[in-house]
Ligand binder design. Structure first.
Ligand code: TYD
Length: 208
C-alpha cells in the first residue's frame, strides 16, 4: 500500500509520519518510510541540487524537471519494489507537492505538471493521500519556531502565500477522490497520529 503525506512546510506531516511509522512497526505491520525529493542515492543527490540555497538561478522549469527526475528514480528503484513486497510505503510528499509548488505557486500550470508527473511516476498512484489541512495562522506560528534552512523555505512571504492558496485549490479539486483523505492538522500530535493510524489500518485490512 502506497501512502503519501502532503501539506505545506510546517504543517507537521513529517513528525506525524515518523509517529505513524513507529506505531506500525510496533504492530509488526511491514512498513517503510521515505521522502521526496529524495529517497534513493541518486534522488538524494538531486535533492541537494534542488534545495541548495546557492542555486538561486535555478529556473522554475528546471526545478519541476529535477523534482520529476528525482521522483521517477524513487518510484522505480524503491517504491514499486516495496509495494510488490506487500509493504506499506509511507512517503513524505509526492505529486501533490509538485502540483502546488511548481504548478500553482511557480505558475507553470497544474495540468502541465500533472502530465509531466504521469510520465515520471510510470502511472502509479497513491492508495491514500493524507492531506494535512492547517489554518494559515497555525502554520505561520509553527514556522516561526523553526530554522528556515533550504532554498524553498527561504522564498519570500508572497511565495508561501501562493503555496497556501495552492493547497486550498488542490483540496477543492481532489477532495471527492476515493484516495484523498483530509487530516485536520490543527489538532495535537497524538490526536492526529491516532486518526492517521486508524484510517491506514482500516484501508490495509480491507485490501488484505
Ligand atoms: P521537505 O523535505 O518536506 O522540506 P522540510 O523537511 O524542510 O519541511 O521538502 C523540501 C521542499 O521541497 C519543500 O519546500 C517543498 C518542496 N517540494 C516541491 O517544491 N515540489 C515537490 O514536488 C516536492 C516533493 C517538494
Amino acid at each position: 500500500m502506497f501512502i503519501t503525506f502532503e501539506g505545506p512546510d510546517g504543517c507537521g506531516k513529517s513528525t506525524i509520519l515518523e509517529e505513524v511509522y513507529k506505531n506500525l512497526m510496533n504492530l509488526d505491520v511491514p512498513v517503510i518510510k521515505t521522502r521526496e525529493p529524495g529517497g534513493t542515492r541518486i534522488s538524494e543527490k538531486l535533492r541537494n541540487i534542488i534545495l541548495d540555497e546557492d542555486n538561486k538561478e535555478l529556473t522554475a522549469v528546471t526545478e519541476s524537471l529535477l523534482m520529476a527526475a528525482s521522483r521517477s528514480q524513487h518510484v522505480e528503484e524503491l517504491i514499486i519494489p516495496a509495494i510488490n513486497e506487500k509493504k506499506i510505503v509511507l512517503c513524505d510528499r509526492f505529486v501533490i507537492s509538485s502540483l502546488v509548488y511548481q504548478g500553482y505557486a511557480r505558475d507553470l500550470g497544474i495540468d502541465k505538471i500533472l502530465k509531466l508527473n504521469e510520465f515520471a511516476t510510470l502511472g502509479i498512484k497513491p492508495d491514500m493521500i493524507l492531506f494535512f489541512d492547517v489554518s494559515e495562522k497555525n502554520l505561520l506560528d509553527r514556522r516561526k519556531k523553526r530554522n528556515t534552512s533550504d532554498r524553498l523555505e527561504k522564498e519570500k512571504v508572497d511565495f508561501h502565500k501562493r503555496v497556501y492558496k495552492g493547497y486550498n485549490y488542490i483540496k477543492e479539486k481532489f477532495q471527492e477522490d476515493d484516495n484523498f483523505h483530509i487530516v485536520d492538522a490543527n489538532k495535537g500530535i497524538s490526536e492526529i497520529t491516532s486518526y492517521c493510524i486508524s484510517i491506514i489500518l482500516d484501508n490495509y485490512r480491507r485490501k488484505k
